[in-house]
Design a protein around this ligand. Structure first.
Ligand code: ATP
Ligand code: MG
Length: 402
């Protein structure tokens, strides 16, 4: 079926009262970003619906991209028809003969925003229902939960027919909740945390700590590839690479093994917070999951969290590993995440990190460091790169050429 437009129904944002306008504008911008590769599309967002005019673009390619955009409850690909009964009847019969396999029940749902149209909704339902029965004599009409619900909408200039309703991604349009810094490692949990934060409207920037030469170029590329996997939900994501080598060497040199992990995490959090401030973010997002490893006991969280009062969102904190893995598979980050490239935490992981670090001891140990100097040098070396969909693949192809 050659669709002419996709009609989008908004999700939760319809309950947002005064913010509604900015929500709709943000959603329209995100849809534009997610569908940027289809230049002929025209997007019109009004109060109740968004209409994506296909202008000849293939709906089968557009739909999978649209399914990922947060803030959409569902959408219906539709066919534009001249506003007269003959044309409507003809298209209705054409659609039904194409999709009816001999078993389905049906109903017609009509809606009229142009009240001058010759039939009212009820009359239109009757008229098109008869047309369907003429075309498919065996078909049964069913008002409650029919297999096929053929919707017809009479609007100002044209009429529209649709019979499919595709579930949207739900959530809130990314960006409507403000910006957060996602601490993105190369692991399973943090990309899932980023996905979940985006689902509730948080625009994320990925902050990744790299310690070359202890961590490899591949580990860095893996973090970028994971970021790329999160871009279909928004269009593009800023990736911020933090040079962490000097700090890790210092910690190793000047403190007892049992405290490396806590001191390292505190530095990471301080730096992420400083980056957040520069980038006008409101919160920090990480992939901590309670009790998973030594740094993620409640005692550790308390000792690490002490460096900032900025809210830290931990979307996967109460999830079991299996639940996190299920989501990672759904968003296609799992396979990448389990590639064995060492990240900065594994390389410097002490054999026995403290699961109950003593905050007073931590503060005393930190006296040995020039924290301000270390942070300033580190922040001076940030590398920021915008990651867009398809970019990682392009990098792979490039590697093949070498
Ligand atoms: P993940 O699967 O996300 O790596 P994890 O279970 O392996 O998580 P840790 O390695 O202890 O847990 O890290 C906890 C959180 O700290 C991560 O989810 C991430 O948010 C952050 N983090 C760890 N390493 C890095 C890094 N190199 N760069 C940025 N953030 C990191
Ligand atoms: Mg990890």
């Amino acid at each position: 079926m050659q669709y002419t437009e996709i009609m989008v129904r908004y999700g939760e944002l319809s309950t947002k009262g005064k913010n509604r306008r900015s929500f709709i504008m943000q959603l329209a911008q995100n849809v534009r970003g997610a569908l940027a590769e289809f230049p002929k599309l025209k997007i019109h967002a009004d109060r109740d619906r968004m209409h994506i005019l296909l202008n000849g673009e293939d709906s089968r390619l557009v739909i999978p991209k649209l399914e990922k955009v947060f803030g959409i409850q569902n959408f219906s690909p539709s066919i534009q028809v001249e506003k007269n009964l003959e044309a409507l009847k003809e298209m209705t019969q054409q659609i039904m003969t194409e999709i009816y396999t001999g078993k389905e029940t049906f109903k017609i749902t009509a809606k009229r925003s142009d009240h001058s149209f010759e039939l009212d909704s009820h009359g239109l339902q009757q008229f098109l229902g008869d047309a369907v029965i003429d075309a498919c004599p065996e078909i049964q009409a069913k008002m409650k939960q029919p297999d096929i619900n053929l919707r017809v909408e009479i609007r100002r200039e044209y009429a529209y027919l649709s019979y499919e309703t595709i579930k949207g991604a739900g959530g809130l349009p990314v960006g409507t909740s403000g910006r957060g810094m996602l601490m993105l490692s190369g692991g399973i949990d943090s990309p899932v945390a980023g996905y979940l934060a985006m689902k509730r409207g948080v625009e994320i920037e990925a902050v990744h700590f790299a310690s070359p030469p202890y961590t490899s170029e591949q580990a860095l590329q893996k973090a970028k590839d994971l970021t790329e996997k999160l871009t279909p939900y928004v269009g593009s994501i800023q990736f911020i690479e933090v040079p962490f080598t000097e700090i890790q060497e210092e910690i190793k040199k000047r403190s007892p093994q049992g405290y490396w992990m806590t001191l390292t995490r505190r530095m990471m959090l301080r730096l992420t917070d400083a980056i957040r401030e520069r980038r006008h973010g409101l919160v920090i997002v990480n992939g901590e999951s309670l009790g998973q490893v030594a740094s993620q006991t409640l005692h550790s969280m308390v000792a690490i969290n002490e460096v900032t009062t900025t809210p830290i969102i931990r979307p996967v904190v109460t999830m079991d590993k299996i639940e996190i893995i299920e989501l990672a598979e759904k968003i296609d980050t799992f396979e990448l995440a389990i590639q064995p490239f060492e990240d900065c935490c594994t390389i410097f992981a002490p054999p026995q990190p403290k699961t109950r670090p003593d905050l007073e001891k931590v503060l005393e140990l930190e006296q040995r460091f020039d924290i301000e100097g270390l942070m300033a040098r580190c922040l001076a070396g940030l590398k920021i790169e915008k990651i867009a969909p398809g970019q990682a693949k392009a990098a792979d192809e490039f590697a093949d050429l070498l």
